[in-house]
Ligand binder design. Structure first.
Ligand SMILES: C[S@@+](CC[C@H](N)C(=O)[O-])C[C@H]1O[C@@H](n2cnc3c(N)ncnc32)[C@H](O)[C@@H]1O
Length: 304
């Protein structure tokens, strides 16, 4: 998604307080800080300490206008409270993993590298992908591949993993990818999408509790934004996008009493108004420049 388009939907009051909840390599943070031009305040969060160091180098950090904090966006209430802020004018989430994590972190996010099966965005968290692959019961592992990877071949992938790990633990990302590749039909092996894509997605989501964090954030965010504040979310797969869309549709609803009630008893009023009903997708031009953007969907809503 074009960074300028994200910023255009997010920044409506340059004097306001804005949060980039997933600072990553700082691309969006830099663009937001430019559009605030020193007038507002920007709080950048990432759970990955490497991202925090990177963004601190890219941005002119100062306690008054820009701060970069290692934190989970699910804890946004606590983070802004610690800074003496009760509500903010805008929050951006650009979900999933960063190019740095995939290509340079050495933590086994990519199936094309022989790295330890780690996949933790925050290396202080206890459980690695290796634990999920080598220690879970076949039933638990299959459930993860099905629910977080929507992998239809979960059963046979798990059977292969279980028989391999009985001989010796599966230690690297390339070992796991090769196992999955070895049991996929020839027709799938040469497609643009590697046969291990969904398994890797499922493990990453499970290791980092990505959907639980998103759900917690979505529950908290209405009470953390000023009226007129903007929430912009970029998702990269349907499990995330469905949650964001459902939350926005639910927030938009006023009274939910049955139509035959003479008057409202639920007292529900809308919390957000969607800025556009359908999720926005990147243009063909942008996908050509940045192929990883092909699955991105942007949704934005205004607090009412
Ligand atoms: C797609 S990247 C963001 C890229 C960023 N917008 C940029 O312009 O460079 C996603 C980032 O979100 C971080 N992240 C994912 N889940 C998070 C969470 N629950 N709390 C904080 N950061 C999270 C990841 O560590 C990763 O660095």
């Amino acid at each position: 998604m074009l960074v300028q388009e994200v910023v255009r939907h997010l920044v409506h009051l340059p004097q306001g307080v804005y949060v980039d909840g997933t600072a990553g390599a700082g691309g969006h943070s830099v663009a937001i800080s430019r559009s605030l031009a020193g007038r507002g305040r920007l709080i950048c969060l990432d759970r990955d300490p490497d991202a925090v160091s990177l963004v601190r180098k890219r941005l002119p950090v100062s306690s008054d206008t820009i701060c970069v904090i290692q934190a989970n966006f699910a804890d946004l209430d606590r983070v802004i409270n610690d800074l003496g802020i009760s509500k903010v004018e805008g929050v951006l989430l650009d979900l999933g993993m960063s190019s740095y994590q995939l290509e340079e972190s050495g933590r086994g996010f990519s199936f094309s590298r022989g790295e330890p099966l780690d996949m933790r965005m925050n290396p202080d968290n206890a459980l690695t992908a290796s634990h999920f692959v080598n220690d879970l019961s076949p039933k638990e592992l299959e459930e993860i591949l099905r629910s977080y990877g929507e992998e239809r071949r979960a059963k046979s992938i798990v059977r292969t993993i279980v028989s391999a790990r009985a001989k010796r633990p599966i230690e690297t990302s390339s070992q796991l990818a090769a196992l999955i590749n070895s049991i996929s039909p020839k027709s799938r092996r040469y497609r643009a999408r590697h046969p291990a894509t969904q398994t890797f997605q499922a493990l990453r989501i499970a290791v980092n509790k990505e959907l639980q964090n998103l759900d917690t954030f979505l529950k908290k965010i209405p009470s953390l934004m000023v009226i007129g504040g903007r929430l912009v979310v970029l998702s990269y797969h349907s499990l995330e996008d469905r949650r964001v869309k459902q939350a926005m549709v639910e927030w938009e609803k006023a009274c939910t009493c049955p139509p035959d009630f003479p008057h409202c008893v639920c007292g529900k009023t809308p919390l957000f108004r969607r800025l556009f009903k359908k999720g926005l997708k990147p243009s063909q031009d942008e996908i050509e420049r940045n192929p990883r953007a092909r699955s991105a969907v942007m949704r934005a809503a205004e607090r009412v």
